[in-house]
Every structure is written in C-alpha cells, then in structure tokens.
Design a protein around this ligand. Structure first.
Ligand SMILES: *Cc1c(COP(=O)(O)O)cnc(C)c1O
Length: 410
C-alpha cells in the first residue's frame, strides 16, 4: 500500500474508493504482493530444486489459488475439501500434498483415490496405510523434531506435547512399521510452527531431518514445512529468506552429497505468501469515549478477523480516510457481543464516524477463519489484479445465514 495524492492506494487504486464500490467490511488482496513474495522465496533458493506448496488454509479463495497456480506454486492441503478446491482451481493431483492431522483413515483413502501425495502424521494411520496399499502408493511422513519454534504454543507445533507429527523418539517403531508393511516413503516432512525467528532454527530442524534421512533410501524430497515469519509491527523480526537460502541451501547440498543424490526441497508457506497482501477494511460506526479510553466501534469483529482475540496477534490499524488528521489514541473494537478488541491504545489519525480503517496483514488466517457468529454476514473479498479490483467473493446475505437451517413445525 502506498500513500499518493493524500490517498492510500494499492496498484494505483484508492482503497477508500474500493470500499465505496464494494461496501464494508471488505477483504482486499494485492495480487502483485503475493506473486512477489513467491518470487522472492524462489529466488532465495534458486540453486535448489525448490517446490513451493502454498498452505491453502491461510487463504483459500479459489481465485487466490489460481493466481498461485499460474505462478508455479503447488499446494499443501489439510482436508479433502481443500484438496477439492485446489483441483477446481486447476492444480494437478500430484501438485497437492495432503497433510491432515487426526483425520480418519477413510479421509486418507479419499486422498489416495484423488491422487494426492499423502503426508502421514501418526503411526496408527501409517500401519493402516501400509496394510492397505503396501508399496503401491508412495507417501511422505511427518516427523516431529521437538524443536520449539517461537514462544507461542498455540502456533508452534514442534514441541514435546504437540499433537503434530511422529516423534523422532519413535523412529525405531516407525521404521519397523515401514519395513514390515513395505511402505514406499519418498518424502520426509517437518513443520514446526508459524513463528521461526531465523535461519538457525531451520538449520537445527534440518540437521535432525538429515540425521534420520539415511534410514529412508527412496527419498525424492525433503519438506521443511513453513515457519516463515512476516512483520506485523514495525521493527518486527522477519525471516530473511536470502540468508536462509544461503545457509539452508548449503546444508542441504552437503546432505544431498552424503545421501547420494540431489533431492527436491519443499516448503509450505502460508503467511509468507499472503499475509502482507491483505487489508481488512472496516468502517467506524461509533466513537465512544469512556473513562478508560476512546473506543472506535467498527462494522466488524472477531467473527471476521479472529487473530487478535485468538492469538493476541498484533495487526497494525490505520485510518485511510483521514491521512492528514492529527494523531490521537484509540482502542479499536468490534461489534460482537463479547470482548472483541482489534487493537488497544493505538495511535491513529483522527477517526470520525464513517471513516474507513485498514487492518493490515489480513491476508493470512483472516477470511479463512471467519464465521457467522452473531448471525453476521461474512465479508466480501476483492483481489486487485493488474490494476483492477475484482470481486472474488460476494458478501453474504440472509439466505446464507438460513442455508441448511431446517425449520420444523412446532
Ligand atoms: C498451517 C500450515 C502451514 C503454513 O504455516 P504458515 O505459518 O501460514 O506459513 C504449513 N504446513 C502445514 C502442515 C500447516 O499446517
């Protein structure tokens, strides 16, 4: 987003005008930003056979999937429904990695029937997989290296009491199952969470993977998951992908040499690709002064953007209707009948009722985690692509609220 001629713009479009056209609340995504993030990651690993598998759960709109497909990404899905979306968006089954957690074996079988690459994250399912398919269907296994990524246990998945992956301490058991059922493991996977600070944590995880990889002679790829950190605040530490490309690239080359052949290097970024592309635009309904603070009550809430309430996530908020206004301190809250705070004690250019606020970094886990709580409609979504604003999801209506509800005679 740039500020030009006193207006906030994306690809030359004034965001306040975009809201005038499509109404609020509104999710707006900048296609150029998504493509440039993908390109940055690919460039950082240009010496590797790199495959980027976009984590669909971050933002699952079909037009976003098509954009990423057009630019050469594959996808990582966590449900057969996400896989169906990806197929509809044009991905080949072979470009789809299915990484479910705690799903039934029936769902795994559906994934196999759809032709997906299955990433198995527990020994019980792996045994069933082996008995059913033996070596006729290659698969990937998800390991848990027990590396703590970041400080937030809600978003780190590699620690000891995490439910994700097969513990590396269970390696002997894992190998016995693979051997007795003759499973063809062609990929090793680790995803330690969404908050890795720097290349060193990736390298630690990588060393653990390399250590066990020699037990798996048929590998074609190693999947390092995600964990790329993007900045939500000014001066936040972010993952330097070029630094990572150099360090992890070198360690991977060394590993491949001892392994005996050059393997593919996979990543599954969600946030990294789409977070910064997204702006959630809301309207100030009321300014309410209390003894504690000045509240700005907006026409949205945790039903549309859950991260602040769920993870204590910080999202920068700006007033795009009044760029020259004097700065004042506000607490920005939603209309849901619960404590519903987007940001406490924030400095914004003076907010007047009717102004449009932009909540930044709203591309990842924004719309995809939204709900109809309080029987509110979910917002519309707009993709700014080649300088034009395209509606990619219509705003809901009362019909959507009533869909599937069954009214009985009483
Ligand atoms: C959620 C998830 C990702 C993406 O994580 P981000 O932090 O959004 O990059 C990648 N892989 C798996 C298996 C996931 O569950």
């Amino acid at each position: 987003m740039d500020i030009k001629n006193n207006t906030y713009q994306v690809q030359g479009l004034d965001l306040v005008k975009v809201v005038k056209e499509f109404d609020s609340p509104l999710y707006v995504y900048d296609a150029d930003k998504i493509v440039s993030q993908l390109q940055k990651l690919k460039n950082a690993f240009s010496n590797q056979k790199i495959r980027v598998k976009y984590a669909v759960k971050a933002l699952s709109n079909i037009s976003i999937l098509k954009l990423l497909k057009k630019h050469g990404a594959g996808v990582d899905v966590v449900s057969v429904q996400e896989a169906k979306l990806a197929l509809k968006a044009g991905f080949e089954p072979g470009d789809i990695l299915f990484t479910p957690n705690c799903v039934s074996f029936e769902e795994i079988q559906q994934g196999v029937d759809m032709g997906l690459m299955i990433n198995i994250d527990n020994i019980s399912i792996l045994e069933q997989f082996g008995h059913k398919y033996r070596n006729s269907v290659p698969c990937c296994v998800r390991l848990n290296p027990h590396i703590m990524a970041g400080g937030n246990t809600k978003i780190s998945t590699g620690h000891v009491d995490s439910k994700f992956g097969i513990s590396i301490y269970q390696l002997p058991h894992l190998l016995r199952v693979i051997k007795t059922t003759n499973i063809d493991v062609i990929g090793l996977h680790m995803h330690t969470g969404s908050d890795i600070l720097d290349a060193d944590v990736f390298l630690k995880v990588a060393e653990i993977l390399y250590g066990v990889a020699r037990e798996f002679p048929n590998l074609e790829f190693v999947d390092f998951g995600s964990g790329f950190k993007v900045g939500y605040k000014e001066n936040d530490i972010t993952t330097n992908v070029y630094d990572l490309g150099v360090k992890l690239g070198k360690s991977f080359d060394d590993f491949c040499e001892t392994y005996g052949r050059k393997l593919e290097m996979w990543f599954e970024p969600g946030k990294y690709l789409v977070s910064e592309s997204g702006y959630f635009l809301v309207r100030a309904n009321v300014i309410k002064t209390t003894p504690a603070t000045v509240f700005v009550g907006v026409d949205s809430g945790m039903n549309h953007l859950l991260r602040p309430m769920m993870y204590d996530a910080y999202h920068e908020i700006i007033n795009i209707s009044n760029p020259k206004g004097i700065q004042r301190v506000y607490s920005i809250v939603g209309y849901i009948c619960e404590t519903d705070t987007f940001g406490w004690d924030r400095k914004l250019n003076e907010v007047r009722e009717g102004d449009i606020l932009a909540i930044k970094n709203a591309g990842a886990y924004g719309f995809s985690m939204s709900s109809n709580y309080n029987s509110r409609y979910r917002p519309a979504e707009v993709l700014i692509y080649e300088g034009k604003a395209h509606l990619i999801r219509e705003r809901e209506t009362m019909e959507d609220i009533l869909r599937n509800q069954v009214e009985i005679d009483l």
